[in-house]
Every structure is written in structure tokens, then in C-alpha cells.
Design a protein around this ligand. Structure first.
Ligand code: UDP
Length: 353
């Protein structure tokens, strides 16, 4: 039995959607590791909730999401920083735990690593974003072997310390996602509505094909969203809000396919495996995490990055995909149990050193 202290992302509370896929990863891992008999405490910003897990909530101002900034941005913390407050709490309670697990993509926890008595495992949830972060992560990677975990190979490859990364993948609680063999005539797009996700490409593809597009997720950038609505006034799109997993999988499951159009290097793309779990084929740009997940022609289509024509072509042949194959891929490659085992093995490796 391990005693684990999880420190969540400081960009928003768990359950708000601000943190994107890492929120689901924290929920799933906490649930699975607790079920395996480990003792676990999750520290997260005020307002956070996790199903079946107690959360120590910490007040303070959230970090600005790093993906909205340029590569040379200096490291910044607001006054009364929730990130600093969370790590102050971790410092105080660290001796009650064997290992601290950091889910923040921020400079501070990496910098603090040598100042803590307890070892810290850092799970990085995005590709390379800023010079300051790359530098401090690189230092930790070199000085504390095995302590950096990532989702995928292509994500690791974006960092100067690629060979030091533990590739851990992702996984979901498959019992929460129902297989839906018979879709209705619409496509889905899921995620944070923000420029790096290039929702406009999916909207344009829906506009060209005339197939309705249902959009779900947190609107992180209102101006960006309004611009899309203005640019495609006739597109058959519908925004359904930010849904919880249960509601999300119902809407997602009945769709013909999921469109994934990230402009950036998507580290993983939890929405891809959620779609597969429902039997929904994934049409994605062939780069980053989605390119490692989707089996082209079998569980979806990988298209030329940033090509709306490519999306349209793939949408037109979506019926060629056997939805059962999609569900099967999720079951064989993305079970929560397997994810829990990979993380356990990673923690043991760190603790043995
Ligand atoms: N999501 C959600 N409700 C919604 C739309 C999306 O809970 O209405 C979640 C989804 O389950 C996924 C996350 O938002 O876990 C998006 O994560 P992903 O890894 O795809 O991208 P990220 O935001 O991390 O870049």
C-alpha cells in the first residue's frame, strides 16, 4: 500500500473543465488507485469535486493557462496564488506520504523538487510550451531520473529531455461508457473551446457536408467562439454546454463520428478514447496523441493536419468503420485497470531509487 499525495492542476477547480483532459486523468487515477487499496489525498483549487474521493481544497487565484502565452513568456504567479498555496500545504503534510504526484504544468513544482523531503512524480499533460518550463523540467529530468511521466511518445518528443520520459498513456472507466451500435445523423466535437483546438475547422467541415455538428465543452475564449459563429452563420451547429461524463457519453455515443482538429501538438486527447469506448469512430489530424491512438481506416481516419478537405473526405467514408472495432480498441488498450498498473509500476520505480 502506498500513501500518495496528488496535487491537481492550478488552472481551475476539478469539475470546471478549465483543466481539460488532466481533470479526467486525475479523477480516473485517484479512483483506480484508491480501489487498489492505496491511501490517497487529492489537493486541488477551491470548488473542486471528485466522485468518491475526498479533496483537500485550497483557496487562492488560479494560474493563467500556459497555452494562451508565447514561448518566451516569463514565469508568473498572481497574488495569493493557489499554486503556491497548494505546494505550501504539500510541504506541511509531506511526511504523511510516500510520494507526491504533481499534475501541474507549471514552473514552481519542478523548481521546488529538490527542496522537498519526499520524492515527487511529475505527470506532464501537455507538449513543450515555454522556454522557462522546458528548462526547469529538463533539470528535474536529469537530476531525478524516472520522475517525469507523459501521455505519449509524440508529446515526449517535443521536449529536450524526451529520452527521460516515462510513457504512461491514458485510460478510462469503460463501465461508464455505453457501446452504441446505431448512430444518428450528426457529428460531435468535444473539448475546451479555445484557439489551439481549432473548432473552426470542424465547423467548416460540417458546413460543407451539411451534417449537423454538436459541440460540447467549456468555452474558455468567448471572443474566439463568437468569431466562429460569425464566420459560419449558416453552419448546422449546436452548442450543448459543458456536460458531465454520464451526459457526455450519451450524446457522444449516438454520433456518427468525433472530429478532433487540434492546431497544437495534442499531448493525448482523452476525448478520442471516450469516443472509441462508445463505438464512435474518430476523425483526427495526423499528429500528436490522436495519431498514436486512431487506427487509420479501422477505428477512424487520420487526415492531413489542418486540412478541412481531408476532414470532409473522411466524413464521407465514416460508414466504412465498424463501430464494434472502436469499442474493442478502447477495451484492449485503454482500460483504467491497465492505466492504474502502469502508474503503480512508475511510482515503485521512483521509490526504489
Ligand atoms: N469534457 C467534458 N465535458 C464536455 C466536453 C469535454 O467533461 O462537455 C472533457 C472530456 O471528458 C475530456 C476533456 O474535457 O476529458 C478534454 O480533454 P482532452 O484530453 O481531449 O483535451 P485537453 O483539454 O486536455 O487539451
Amino acid at each position: 500500500m502506498l500513501k500518495l499525495l496528488f496535487l491537481s492542476t492550478p488552472v481551475g477547480s476539478l469539475g470546471s473543465g478549465q483543466g481539460g483532459g488532466v481533470e479526467l486523468t486525475v479523477q480516473n487515477l485517484a479512483q483506480e488507485l484508491k480501489q487498489k487499496g492505496h491511501l490517497l489525498e487529492v489537493v486541488a483549487p477551491l470548488g473542486s469535486t471528485l466522485k468518491g474521493i475526498q479533496v483537500k481544497t485550497i483557496e487562492g487565484n488560479c494560474q493563467i493557462a500556459v497555452q494562451t502565452q508565447t514561448r518566451d513568456v516569463p514565469t508568473c504567479l498572481p497574488a495569493n496564488s493557489v499554486l503556491a498555496n497548494m505546494w505550501e500545504y504539500a510541504r506541511q503534510v509531506q511526511n504523511n506520504y510516500d510520494l507526491i504526484v504533481n499534475f501541474a504544468f507549471d514552473w514552481l513544482p519542478f523548481y521546488l523538487t529538490p527542496f522537498f523531503d519526499r520524492p515527487i512524480a511529475h505527470f506532464i499533460s501537455m507538449g513543450s510550451m515555454t522556454e522557462a518550463n522546458d528548462e526547469i523540467m529538463n533539470r528535474v529530468a536529469q537530476n531525478y531520473p524516472d520522475t517525469i511521466g507523459v501521455y505519449t511518445k509524440s508529446q515526449a518528443a517535443s521536449f529536450p529531455f524526451a529520452e527521460f520520459c516515462q510513457i504512461l498513456g491514458s485510460g478510462i472507466d469503460l463501465s461508464l461508457y455505453d457501446f452504441c451500435p446505431q448512430p444518428q445523423n450528426y457529428l460531435t466535437w468535444l473539448g475546451r473551446i479555445a484557439p489551439e483546438k481549432a473548432l473552426e475547422d470542424a465547423v467548416e467541415a460540417s458546413n460543407i457536408t451539411g451534417i449537423p455538428l454538436k459541440i460540447f465543452g467549456k468555452i474558455q475564449d468567448q471572443d474566439y467562439w463568437q468569431q466562429i459563429r460569425q464566420d459560419f452563420p449558416q453552419a448546422p451547429i449546436e452548442y450543448g454546454g459543458f456536460l458531465n461524463t454520464q451526459e457526455l457519453q450519451k450524446q457522444l455515443g449516438k454520433s456518427l463520428g468525433l472530429l478532433m482538429t487540434p492546431r497544437w501538438l495534442e499531448a493525448f486527447g482523452n476525448v478520442a478514447i471516450e469516443a472509441l469506448a462508445c463505438g464512435v469512430p474518430v476523425i483526427a489530424y495526423a499528429r500528436g496523441g490522436p495519431a498514436e491512438i486512431v487506427r487509420d481506416g479501422e477505428t477512424g481516419f487520420l487526415v492531413k493536419p489542418d486540412s478541412v478537405a481531408g476532414l470532409v473526405e473522411a466524413i464521407n467514408k465514416i460508414n466504412q468503420i465498424d463501430r464494434f472495432c472502436c469499442r474493442q480498441q478502447a477495451e484492449t488498450e485503454y482500460s483504467l485497470q491497465a492505466l492504474g498498473e502502469r502508474f503503480e509500476a512508475w511510482f515503485q520505480r521512483i521509490l526504489r531509487r
